[in-house]
Design a binder for this molecule. Structure first.
Ligand code: RUB
Length: 305
């Protein structure tokens, strides 16, 4: 277990990455901070835990999972009157959040695999635990599938995905991102994860997702988003989703380029709902137009409208 500052640094540096993993790591870090707190004043403890939550929140801006994971872990802590009571609440919230996340992934894999038929060629982008769990479950059900995994520059998360798929015994082919159009004729279905799904049913996911969705639509291929409901975003209903931009050196690497050249490195992009056939959640398969009602069910009307 790591404390809050270490976890926030690891998230910033992408040593812990992926919307689900950062949310769980943040929740566990808050649990650890709460458990090791030695003060006696409950108001000070609450302030301290809020400060810890804010440190984690600042580590990556786009994935609403991080916000929701922190919110659900610190939820109702004010109802505790003493430090031990507050600690108990935070610890049980965190355990519940992590356990629910794991259960959600299992449900998503069970629901999603039904969308995969024997003989399907699938394309996935970046490295999503939710999307891979669906694909691996279909393979486990003995469906004969072939997967294209995009490299996902600049970080190369596709190397992680292809290794995980190969390890599970799936027939996987790694491609560069600009090869998507070339293979799309052969592809039947695209499965990707989510960092945020807004109440309008827009998807924020790894940069390049929206291009893949547009190509899939143009070639009449199915485009599915696999995501736990804690990636639905009541917080971004009024403010726009902040798309993280990272250091240009992540793109240029060791290449020397002229100082006159600007480099733009946004990490995520927005896919319009019209490109999405369905969003697979632990509460079922929904259309993007149902994102608002699912958000209301999950987070309450006041937060989601
Ligand atoms: C990861 C990414 C993933 C989503 C969903 O980006 O875009 O598709 O986070 O992943 P990064 P999961 O590597 O920059 O964090 O389904 O595992 O939550």
């Amino acid at each position: 277990m790591m404390g809050v500052p270490d976890t926030a640094t690891k998230i910033k540096k992408m040593e812990i990455r992926g919307a689900g993993k950062i949310a769980k790591a943040a929740s566990e870090a808050l649990r650890e901070e709460a458990e090791k707190y030695r003060g006696k004043d409950s108001d000070e403890f609450i302030l301290y835990m809020k400060k810890c939550g804010n440190i984690l929140l600042d580590s990556r801006p786009t994935a609403v999972s991080l916000h929701n994971g922190i919110f659900l872990t610190l939820k109702d802590m004010e109802k505790g009157k003493t430090v031990p009571e507050i600690k108990k609440k935070i610890v049980s919230n965190s355990k519940k959040f992590v356990a629910d996340s794991e259960k959600a992934l299992k449900k998503i894999s069970a629901i999603g695999e039904k969308l995969i038929s024997d003989g399907d060629v699938i394309l996935t982008h970046c490295n999503s635990q939710a999307a891979l769990s669906v694909i691996i479950e279909a393979h486990r059900k003995k469906k004969n599938i072939k997967v294209y995994a995009t490299e996902s520059r600049p970080w190369g998360q596709g190397y992680i995905s292809s290794a995980q798929l190969a390890e599970a015994g799936v027939d996987v082919t790694l491609i560069i991102d600009s090869c998507v159009s070339t293979v799309m004729d052969e592809v039947d279905k695209v499965f990707v994860g989510a960092d945020t799904v807004t109440v309008k049913g827009e998807l924020y996911n790894k940069i390049g997702t929206s291009q893949i969705a547009a190509i899939a639509k143009a070639k009449k291929k199915k485009f599915y988003v696999c995501c736990e409901t804690y990636k639905f975003s009541p917080v971004f209903r009024k403010q726009n989703v902040i798309v993280e931009e990272r250091d240009p050196s992540e793109i240029t690497g060791t290449r020397k380029i002229s100082g006159k050249i600007k480099v733009f490195n946004p990490v995520f992009d927005r896919t319009e709902p019209k490109y999405i056939d369905a969003i697979i959640t632990e509460k079922g398969k929904i259309r993007p137009t149902d994102a608002k009602s699912l958000s209301v069910k999950t987070f309450g009307k006041e937060k989601s409208e």
